[in-house]
Design a protein around this ligand. Structure first.
Ligand code: ATP
Length: 439
C-alpha cells in the first residue's frame, strides 16, 4: 500500500476531550499489539469540515476484546454483538462509540445479512458502502492521524460524488440504494455515473423486495429523518423506488405539495406545543401516503413490518383524513366539543398531517379556521370532569354502557363551557338520569 500522509490536525478538529480519549485508545492499541482506526462517517464529516461525534473504531485484531478493555478502563457500558464482531460502548458522559474487528464480508445471497471474517483494514474499507465512507485514520502513537484512503474517497469528496467500491455493491446489500440517496441529498452530491447505472440495475432486478421489513423500514425512516426529506422523496420517485412500498405509490402533485408543507406544519405544531413528541419520519411517510386508500396503507404497514404504534399512526392518515378536514373547514361554526370528537382518536402525527394537507391547498380562510380549531382542540384535551364512574354509581346509576354515554355528554358540556362546577355536573347528571329513568 502506498504510504499515506499523517494528518493529526484532522482529528484535532474534534473536541479536546475526544482527541485526548482517541490518543489514549491509540496507546492502548500499542499495548495490546493492534492497529486501531477511526473510520466512516466521522472521518468523512471531518474532511468536509463538520464535526460529528458518532465514533466508529475499527481494530485489526480482536475488536471485542479491545472493546472490553476500553469499557473497563473508562467504566463505559458495553453491548457486544458477537455475530458481527462489533461492540457498542456508552461512556459515563453519554458519549457513544462503536468498536469492530476489521473484517471481510461475504453475502451468501443478495439482500441477506453477511457472514463476517477478520481481515485487514484495507479489506474492511473495501466492504463499505461508498468511497467517501471508506476512509480511515489511525490512532496508534507515532501513526496518530495517518490517513488511509485506498479507494479515492477524498477525490470523490472533492468532486462531490457518491461512488460504490465495486460493481456488486448494491446487489450484496440493497439498503445501500437508500443510503446512496441519503448522502447524495444530504451533501447535495451526485451519484457517479456508473454508480447510478448500477443502482438502477439493482432496483430493476427487484432486489429491494428481498429486504426484510425491519431493514427496509429502517432505511426509509432514517432517510425521512434527514433535514429535508422532500428532496429525498422526490429523488426516490424519480428513480422509481417508491413502488417498493406499494406498486401504486407515486409522488403525484398533490402528494408532493403535502410533503413540502410538512416542515411548516411541524414548526406551527412545535411552537404551540413545545413539549409534544412527534415522530417526524412517520409524518413524512404519512405525507407520502396521504392520497392512499386504507388498503394501500395496510400493504405499506405490512411491508415495513410496522410496530402497532406506527401502524396506528399510519392508518390514521391517508385519503380518509380528508373527510375530517372537510367537516372542520367547510361547515359553519363547530362547538368545541364537536371539534374534540372529530379529532380525539387521532394521534398527533395525524393532526400535523391534517394541517400539512390544508397548508398545501392555498386556501387562506380555511387554513386559519383549521388553525383556530386545532387551538380549541388543544385546550379541550386538558379538560376533565370532576365526577367519575364511581360517583355515578353513588348517584344510583346501575353499572353498564350508559356510564360512558353520560360521562361523554358531561365532558362535552364541560368542554363547551355550559357547565363549570361540580354542582353543575351533579345537576347535569341528575337531569340525564331523570330523562333516562334508569335509577
Ligand atoms: P450518518 O452520518 O448518517 O450517521 P454514517 O456514514 O456514519 O452516516 P452509519 O450508518 O453510522 O453511517 O455507518 C457507519 C459506517 O459504516 C459508514 O460510514 C460505512 O462506512 C459503514 N456502513 C454502514 N452501513 C453500511 C452498509 N449498508 N454497507 C456498507 N458499509 C456500511
Amino acid at each position: 500500500m502506498a504510504q499515506q500522509p499523517l494528518r493529526p490536525a484532522l482529528l484535532e478538529r474534534l473536541p479536546v476531550r475526544i482527541v485526548g480519549l482517541l490518543r489514549e485508545i491509540g496507546a492502548l492499541g500499542d499495548q495490546r499489539g493492534c492497529h486501531v482506526y477511526v473510520v466512516g462517517g466521522v472521518v468523512r464529516d471531518l474532511l468536509l469540515g463538520h464535526v460529528t461525534l458518532d465514533l466508529d473504531l475499527a481494530v485489526e485484531g480482536d475488536g471485542i476484546a479491545f472493546a472490553r478493555a476500553v469499557a473497563d478502563r473508562y467504566r463505559a457500558g458495553l453491548a457486544v454483538f458477537e455475530r458481527f464482531a462489533t461492540a457498542r460502548l456508552v461512556f459515563p458522559d453519554g458519549l457513544k462509540m462503536d468498536i469492530a474487528t476489521t473484517r471481510r464480508e461475504s453475502y451468501a445471497e443478495p439482500a441477506l445479512l453477511p457472514t463476517v471474517r477478520p481481515a485487514s483494514i484495507e479489506e474492511d474499507l473495501y466492504r463499505r458502502d461508498f468511497t467517501i465512507n471508506a476512509i480511515a485514520v489511525q490512532l496508534n502513537p507515532g501513526q496518530f492521524g495517518r490517513l488511509l484512503d485506498v479507494y479515492g474517497g477524498q477525490r470523490d469528496l472533492r468532486a462531490r460524488r457518491i461512488r460504490v467500491l465495486h460493481a456488486g455493491s448494491f446487489q450484496d446489500d440493497p439498503t445501500r440504494i437508500f443510503r446512496a440517496i441519503r448522502f447524495e441529498q444530504r451533501f447535495k452530491f451526485r451519484l457517479e455515473r456508473e454508480t447510478l447505472r448500477l443502482l438502477t440495475d439493482a432496483a430493476s432486478m427487484n432486489l429491494i423486495q428481498q429486504l426484510s421489513g425491519p431493514r427496509l423500514q429502517n432505511e426509509i425512516l432514517v432517510l425521512f429523518a434527514e433535514r429535508d426529506p422532500a428532496r429525498a422523496i422526490a429523488r426516490l420517485a424519480k428513480l422509481k423506488l417508491l413502488r417498493f412500498l406499494h406498486r401504486r405509490l407515486c409522488a403525484k402533485a398533490a402528494v408532493t405539495r403535502v410533503v413540502r408543507a410538512v416542515p411548516k406544519a411541524l414548526a406551527w405544531w412545535s411552537s404551540r406545543s413545545p413539549d409534544a413528541v412527534i415522530d417526524r419520519s412517520i409524518v413524512y411517510l404519512m405525507a407520502l401516503s396521504s392520497e392512499s386508500s386504507p388498503v394501500v396503507l395496510a400493504v405499506i404497514i405490512r411491508r415495513l413490518a410496522c410496530s402497532r404504534e406506527q401502524a396506528t399512526k399510519l392508518s390514521a392518515g391517508g385519503k380518509q383524513l380528508d373527510r375530517r378536514l372537510k367537516r372542520l373547514t367547510e361547515r359553519g361554526a363547530l362547538r368545541p366539543s364537536q371539534v374534540y370528537r372529530l379529532l380525539v382518536d387521532l394521534p398527533d402525527e395525524a393532526l400535523v398531517l391534517l394541517l400539512s394537507k390544508q397548508m398545501s391547498r392555498q386556501q387562506a380562510a380555511r387554513l386559519s379556521l383549521l388553525r383556530r380549531y386545532l387551538k380549541v382542540y388543544e385546550k379541550s384535551r386538558a379538560v376533565t370532569t370532576v365526577l367519575k364512574g364511581r360517583d355515578l354509581q353513588a348517584m344510583g346509576l346501575k353499572p353498564g354502557p350508559q356510564y360512558g354515554v353520560i360521562l361523554g355528554k358531561l365532558l362535552d358540556a364541560r368542554i363547551d363551557g355550559t357547565i363549570t362546577s361540580e354542582r353543575d355536573e351533579r345537576a347535569f347528571v341528575q337531569k340525564q338520569l331523570g330523562v333516562r329513568g334508569d335509577c
